[in-house]
Design a protein around this ligand. Structure first.
Ligand code: NAD
Length: 528
């Protein structure tokens, strides 16, 4: 086909007011009329009188390839499930099926543990510096594929893309970087002692931070010379399977990391397998108790990161506007699907009306809806089952006499998918179910206190002990309160801050053991 001759560009009129030598001078040609900027087509916005400055849609437009079906990742390759059975993983924002996932059984778990056992001596025999190199490569690859991972996390789990993009994926990479640094420094972590790997680790994670929880588990285990069989949650397997691809890409020796997808059946098979040397479980207290029972009397190490009902305490002397932002961060982040969510709010009596008023205004400004929109604050609830659980608690709270507030209540939600507007209860008594049980949704119970001692007594009056938050301007009060909290993590004048160097874990029925920091390494070594 003949190539058409290119049009010669028109000579540019001399309109510059800068001379060749750089000095300013008179214009040498008549200035041209400024051209009108092309009018961009304005998207149609909802004409909501309560929201005169609505945000235009800002959808994440990159498409990520998802295979129609996935197998387990065993011994460095994707393999068919022994049973041949699969289940669908769906996008909770619109209920569309994303992929068919292998249903893990005891036979699949056995194959994965066999592969992990065979790979373990070779992996442990590498120098710490060599293991560290692999971890650095994984971290770098997670960073390089961050956008793809963030999109997948949001599609599969329903969390807002801005949270996957700015929190989940960067923190997952951080955990691999951090533990890469420890791999050749274990002698400094445990001075005067020799750290030996535990062996084969079975690791079971929930659906609220799928890739991040996988990183919390895999990174320290690998740094210490262990091999792993990871089981992601049934509703959110996709990023763990992408991580499997990354493991293969960086040349991780086959069998060092194996991933079995499936539900509680696969999890239980992992726990009950005699070839597993350590179980690291993150999930509900109910399942954690079952695992502890199954492992009682067996020489298998165990760490449990379980549920919570964390207390968030606001004193009268706190900066109230900042504290209100802290409340939003504590309970509405990730739709409230956060183990350490500040779901019990204790406000000192004199400021409760102000706090409730400001919280009402702030909640009305939160954008609930399509998680793939970069402006969305509250995305989709992870599953229909979880939505039904939350709705049951919303009804129960009202039946028991508390008052439900849904300040953003009138805005429309997408027609399909699982959504719950952020809300809070007032008139809550400590004996109410909503004040005692973990709801795992965007639901807050507001209560009051008068003195610091009463705040301590009320905060600690829970079977859980994962986290707490305290807002006050007084340094001495901060220290006094922090020491008195029966919680693994206490945030002061902030909430939900995470860092790979900072150990995380619970007290009481929130579990035992720590993940992250130097303390987190302890669960993955035998010391002599
Ligand atoms: P879950 O206990 O139902 O499931 C967690 C994982 O365990 C999933 O992978 C599931 O398939 C698996 N599982 C289910 N039954 C099992 C069994 N009998 N044996 C072995 N494994 C089994 O919890 P969930 O609903 O997925 O997650 C929400 C819970 O996780 C909440 O209670 C939350 O507080 C908790 N959580 C805790 C932390 C923490 O660090 N403490 C972090 C995130 C979530």
């Amino acid at each position: 086909m003949p190539v058409p001759a290119r049009k010669q560009p028109k000579p540019v009129p001399k309109t510059s007011n800068v001379r060749a030598n750089g000095s300013l001078g008179a214009r040498t040609a008549k200035p041209t009329q400024p051209t009108q900027p092309k009018q961009l087509k304005q998207p149609k916005l909802d004409n909501d009188p309560r929201d005169p400055w609505p945000y235009a849609p800002a959808p994440e437009t990159v498409k990520v390839a998802i295979a129609p079906k996935y197998g387990h990742f065993i011994n460095g390759a994707f393999v068919e499930p022994v049973s041949g059975k699969r289940f669908a993983t769906i996008n909770p924002a619109n209920e569309v099926v994303l992929a068919e996932i292998a249903h893990g059984s005891a036979a699949d778990v056995d194959a994965a543990i066999t592969a992990a056992r065979a790979a373990q001596p070779g992996w442990a025999a590498l120098s710490g510096a060599e293991r560290g190199k692999y971890l650095y490569r994984i971290a770098r690859r997670v960073q390089e594929r961050a956008r793809e991972l963030a999109i997948l996390e949001t599609l599969d789990g329903g969390k807002p893309i801005k949270e996957s993009r700015d929190l989940d994926i960067p923190l997952a990479a951080q955990h691999f970087f951090y533990h890469a640094g420890w791999a050749d420094k274990l002698d400094y972590a445990f001075p005067g002692r020799t750290a030996k790997p535990v062996g084969v680790c079975g690791q079971i994670v929930p659906w609220n931070f799928p890739l991040l929880m996988a990183a919390w588990k895999l990174a320290p285990a690998l740094a210490c010379g262990n091999t792993c069989v990871l089981k992601p949650a049934e509703t959110t397997p996709l990023t763990a399977l992408r991580l499997a691809e990354i493991m293969a890409e960086v040349g991780l020796p086959p069998g060092v990391v194996n991933i079995i997808t499936g539900d509680g059946e696969a999890g239980a098979a992992l726990v009950n397998h005699p070839g597993v040397d350590k179980i690291a479980f993150t999930g509900s207290t109910e399942v954690g108790k079952r695992i502890a029972t199954a492992l009682a009397g067996r020489d298998t190490k165990l760490t449990l990161e379980l549920g919570g009902k964390s207390a968030h305490i606001i004193f009268e002397d706190a900066s109230i506007d900042q504290a209100v932002e802290g409340i939003v961060q504590a309970i509405y982040f990730n739709q409230g699907h956060v183990c350490c969510a500040g779901s019990r709010l204790y406000v000192q009596e004199g400021i409760v009306d102000t706090v409730v008023k400001k919280l009402t205004i702030r909640l009305a400004s939160l954008r609930v809806g399509d998680p793939m929109d970069k402006n969305t604050d509250i995305g989709a609830i992870n599953s229909r089952q979880q939505l039904e659980t939350i709705e049951r608690y919303l009804q129960l709270g009202q039946d028991e006499g508390a008052e439900l507030h849904t300040p953003g209540g009138k805005s429309a939600l997408p027609g399909k998918g699982f959504y719950c507007k952020p809300c809070f209860f007032t008139g809550v008594q400590p004996s109410h179910t909503i004040a005692r049980e973990e709801i795992f949704g965007p639901v807050l119970s507001v209560m009051t206190f008068r003195t610091p001692d009463e705040a301590i007594m009320r905060a600690n009056n829970s079977p859980y002990g994962l986290a707490a938050g305290i807002w006050t301007d007084k340094g001495s009060k901060i220290l006094h309160m922090a020491k008195a909290m029966e919680a693994g993590v206490v945030w002061l004048n902030t909430y939900n801050q995470f860092d790979a160097a900072s150990p995380f874990g619970g007290y009481k029925e929130s579990g035992f053991g720590r993940e992250g920091g130097m303390h987190g390494l302890r669960a993955y070594v035998h010391l002599t």
